[in-house]
Design a binder for this molecule. Structure first.
Ligand code: BES
Ligand code: ZN
Ligand code: ZN
Length: 490
């Protein structure tokens, strides 16, 4: 990632290879009017045109980027990312995007870091293999802003770096081929990332057996890479008693590959199923970011890791699983595996007695049908906490929308003939609601929100704004924001 610094220098005299200037809709384009008109610049949001400066400013190249009349932080985040991506062979960049607040400065820095992301780990150095992924050449970006000398602006830039690093780690994990990131290897990678700031405990299959985590074991038993549960704990220094700071528990679905199990998926739907650990990636990355930021909040996070494979030892449709806490579940479709691993994770989370629980999961194809590829579904048993989640998402610039958990679905979840619960909706309609009604059975009266990220976790199209192709790292920014907001409300 490029370094980001702040300066009060004027755009005309800033020293850099390229100058990025935001042009707000209907703003007078001054000396650039003729050039921008010839280039067909309409000022549309995030449109970028790059042209030689011809001595108009000190930088050799100018990139003009369109902004709305009153840009939001998210508009600036996208514009910064879009501008960074349009500059090829450039090393240093000065950027003037009209930040109207310190938060805007932070958003621009995030846009730079998020827009600079490229996943190149599996590209060889052969020249024609470079098609598709182009690592950016930018090493340093200077944000030009009147806020540059304020310590709050420097802090916002530092926060942006920590959060963006976390988003990019989550993206790397999602993009890693499923054969290269199986449950045991993922648990090791999480342990390595956690370092010393966050305490890590890994339960292997023997311990999971002892702790009666029948959901995680049931999903993982068809794979020759056994399941894992990773528990992360962050307690801020200075919090001596548990009531000093709020306590947030996070739970992530970490299916390193979802073949569907014996209820096997058709080939085309299986192609992207390395994405199915994006929830675990988001909660782990967010926990580490929250710890590095030193936020005054306690976090207990659970990554429920398993590979959902068909084999002679796999769970069968018709089997009954004994979940942690004693609830029995009749399996109807082994492709609805996420809710089974989350059930154990949620029970463990509630045992830690947090103030709130959030789970993040690529849970249902139905959520993609309902909300598309850009919006996370939010389902909750506590509308007050739901509002915190939704407002934190707005602050973080992530699109989220609430869906209900209906009585109809609760009745269906409780309709198994032979076990306490049935795992799979007998009718396909409302699959997201049914899944959330199932999860709610495991949180008791704890305050809980479920984020279904099946749509936005993976971009099958090409990069846009700060969203790259492939893993997006969705959820990380909202989770960090929820933690900041809960800490600030304390
Ligand atoms: N991992 C999938 C959900 C998914 C679908 C994520 C598309 C991202 C993109 C999940 O485990 C699954 O297979 N869900 C089934 C549930 C069904 C069998 C009740 C689905 O949504 O089709
Ligand atoms: Zn599945
Ligand atoms: Zn799945």
């Amino acid at each position: 990632m490029p370094s980001v610094s702040l300066s009060t220098a004027k755009p005309t005299t800033a020293t850099a290879d390229a100058l990025v200037i935001g042009i707000r809709h209907d703003e007078d384009k001054g000396d650039l009017t003729a050039t921008l008109d010839l280039l067909g610049f309409t000022g549309e949001k995030s449109q970028v045109v790059v042209f030689p400066s011809n001595g108009l400013v000190r930088a050799k190249v100018i990139a003009a980027v369109g902004l709305p009349a009153e840009p939001t932080a998210e508009d600036l985040r996208r514009a910064a990312a879009q501008a960074v991506q349009s500059l090829k062979n450039v090393k240093t960049v000065a950027m003037e995007l009209h930040a109207a607040s310190v938060e805007d400065v932070g958003a621009i820095a995030e846009g730079v870091h998020l827009g600079s992301y490229a996943f190149t780990a599996f590209k060889s150095t052969k020249q024609d293999s470079q098609k598709g992924v182009k690592p950016l050449t930018i090493t340093a970006v200077t944000i030009l802003s009147a806020f540059a000398r304020q310590t709050a602006a420097t802090a916002a830039v530092e926060r942006a770096l920590t959060v963006s690093e976390a988003v990019n780690v989550a993206r790397d994990w999602v993009n890693t081929p499923p054969g290269d990131l199986r449950p045991t290897g993922f648990a090791d990678a999480i342990t390595e990332l956690a370092g010393t700031e966050v305490k890590v405990q890994v339960w292997d299959e023997k311990r999971l057996e002892k702790e009666q985590c029948g959901g995680i074991l049931g999903v993982g038993q068809g794979s020759d890479s056994p399941p894992r549960l990773v528990r992360l704990t962050y307690s801020p220094s200075g919090a001596t008693t548990s009531k000093d700071v709020p306590h947030l528990a996070l739970v992530g679905k970490g299916i390193t590959f979802d073949s569907g199990g014996l209820s096997i998926k058709p080939g085309a739907s299986m192609q992207t199923m390395k994405l199915d650990m994006a929830g675990a990636a988001a909660v782990v990355a967010a926990t580490v970011a929250i710890a590095r930021l030193g936020l005054p909040i306690k976090i207990t996070a659970f990554a429920c890791l398993a590979e959902n494979m068909p084999s002679g030892s796999a769970t069968r449709p018709g089997d009954v699983l004994h979940m942690r806490g004693g609830t029995t579940v009749e399996v109807h479709n082994t492709d609805a595996e996420g809710r089974l691993v989350l059930a154990d994770g949620l029970t463990l989370a509630v045992e830690a007695k947090p103030d709130h629980v959030v789970d993040v999961a690529t849970l249902t194809g139905a959520c993609v049908v309902a909300l598309g590829n850009n919006t996370t579904g939010v389902l909750t048993n506590d509308d007050d906490f739901g509002r915190v989640v939704l407002s934190s998402a707005v602050m973080a610039g992530e699109s989220m929308w609430q869906l209900p958990i209906t009585e109809e679905m609760q009745d269906l979840v409780r309709s198994s003939a032979i076990a306490d619960l049935r795992q799979h909706n007998p009718k396909p309609a409302g699959g997201t609601l049914f899944a959330a009604a199932f999860l709610r059975e495991f949180v008791g009266d704890a305050s809980w929100a479920h984020l279904d990220i099946a749509g936005p976790s993976f971009n099958e199209g090409s990069a846009h704004g700060h969203t790259p192709a492939g893993g997006t790292g969705v959820g990380v920014r909202t989770l960090v924001q929820i933690a900041s907001d809960l800490a600030a409300a304390q």
